[in-house]
Design a protein around this ligand. Structure first.
Ligand SMILES: [Ca+2]
Ligand SMILES: [Ca+2]
Ligand SMILES: [Ca+2]
Ligand SMILES: [Ca+2]
Length: 398
């Protein structure tokens, strides 16, 4: 008699530690560093623009729908940008890109780019930082690099840009020490912009300082956290409004670190995660407030560019939502199976139980040959796989 075991996947949510989860979308942008991400909250889409691929700076615009794990290529921008700054202006529902005095605006709803050609504009070229103060409806830009021929320096200016009047206005020229390649995000709960790190004055060393900017009073203030990430540049930051936490990831040439900053208590905490993206620096990072997840795309480690899409934190989600995300990754082949099945997720330990909860077998690796602990082929029917991998436990109904 031929035994057939059909496979259904059912997930049981177990307490999970914070982790990164690889979404593995079927279609995605090509590998790149510095492909900045922003979240268009009106459209519930993450927008990626530009970056540097192996063939140079990119014109490309992509959108990502986390709910359906789908990337879609949109219209190219009128010019390439990398080492640019990118932010979402929620008042006008526009994505604003800035590099080297050029200001571009993108409307996802109509999939159209405009070259705004404002005058004056900040003089910064590469590595300026932008964030958007939602309470004040103001885009804020700080710093950036300039110079040429080995004579490089950084800017110390704070600017705001208004899309409707197409006007850049200089707000402050003191603020934090000059820098490029830091990161800046807006903490909506505290109504303050948070800046961390970067590269000082045209590559005169890396910074490890934490600053906040209040547009309402036009004031910069240096924070004094007792611990904080080490000095670095080219890290990514995003503000998780669900958990009121600034998430920092990576940095140049290999700090594969995840940190979270609570502005209210002025505390940075390093988060140890079981899984990590392939890239360490120049990732795209933003927060999808509808899905309540930080989204990461691409980045680099030394000379290698990445095309991975990850989300964070992978925890404390409802069973349904967890299943929706996880089921995309996990496949069991063939289904139903007769002799053996291959479990797509390669985890260290898989335990197989029958419906009464009795342990049938333990396997390491990806293949279950349908045998029990004594080497006998099991009866047809329903079995559960318990996959232990790092912090995550999944129970799968076979
Ligand atoms: Ca929109
Ligand atoms: Ca404000
Ligand atoms: Ca806060
Ligand atoms: Ca979403």
């Amino acid at each position: 008699m031929i035994k057939k075991i059909s496979v259904m996947v059912v997930f049981v949510s177990i307490a999970l530690a914070n982790n990164w989860f690889n979404m593995n979308p079927a279609v995605h942008p090509s590998a790149r560093q510095d492909g900045h991400l922003v979240y268009d909250s009106e459209s519930d889409r993450v927008v990626l623009f530009g970056g540097r691929t192996t063939s140079g700076a990119s014109y490309e615009t992509w959108s990502y729908d986390l709910n359906n794990n789908i990337w879609e290529q949109m219209s190219d921008a009128p010019m390439t940008m990398s080492f640019h700054a990118l932010v979402y202006d929620s008042a006008y529902d526009r994505v604003i890109a800035f590099y080297g005095g050029v200001t571009l605006a993108y409307n996802f709803n109509t999939d159209t780019w405009e070259d705004m050609i404002p005058s004056p504009a900040p003089a910064a070229n590469w590595g300026a930082m932008m964030a958007y103060d939602v309470e004040s409806s103001k885009l804020i830009l700080f710093g950036g690099g300039g110079g040429s021929g080995g004579n490089y320096f950084s800017y110390r200016e704070t600017w705001t840009y208004d899309y409707q009047t197409n006007t850049w206005t200089l707000l402050d020229t003191i603020g934090p020490p000059c820098r490029e390649y830091g990161s800046m995000v807006y903490d909506s709960e505290s109504d303050l912009i948070v800046l961390f790190g970067g590269e000082y004055d045209g590559n005169q060393g890396y910074l490890d300082d934490t600053w906040v900017y209040d547009y309402n009073t036009n004031t910069w203030l240096e924070k004094t956290p007792t611990q904080h990430p080490s000095a670095r540049r080219e890290h990514g930051m995003a503000y998780d409004s669900e958990r009121d936490s600034v998430v920092l990831y990576g940095g140049d040439s290999g700090p594969y670190e995840t940190w979270e900053y609570d502005l209210n208590t002025d505390a940075w905490v390093q988060i140890t995660t079981a899984d990590l993206p392939g890239a360490s620096d120049n990732v795209g990072l933003t927060f999808d407030s509808e899905s309540k997840r930080v989204v990461l795309f691409g980045g680099q480690y030394l000379a290698t560019y990445f095309d991975e899409t990850w989300i964070y934190p992978d925890q404390e989600v409802g069973i349904e939502e967890y299943a929706k995300v996880k089921m995309r990754k996990l496949t069991i082949y063939p289904n139903p199976f007769v002799k053996s099945c291959k479990i797509s997720e390669n985890r260290s330990q898989v335990e197989i139980f029958d419906v009464s909860g009795r342990l049938i077998n333990k396997i390491s690796g990806e293949i279950w040959n349908g045998e029990d602990l004594n080497g006998n082929i099991v009866k047809s029917g329903v079995y559960f796989l318990k996959i232990k991998g790092n912090e995550r436990i999944k129970v799968i109904k076979l």
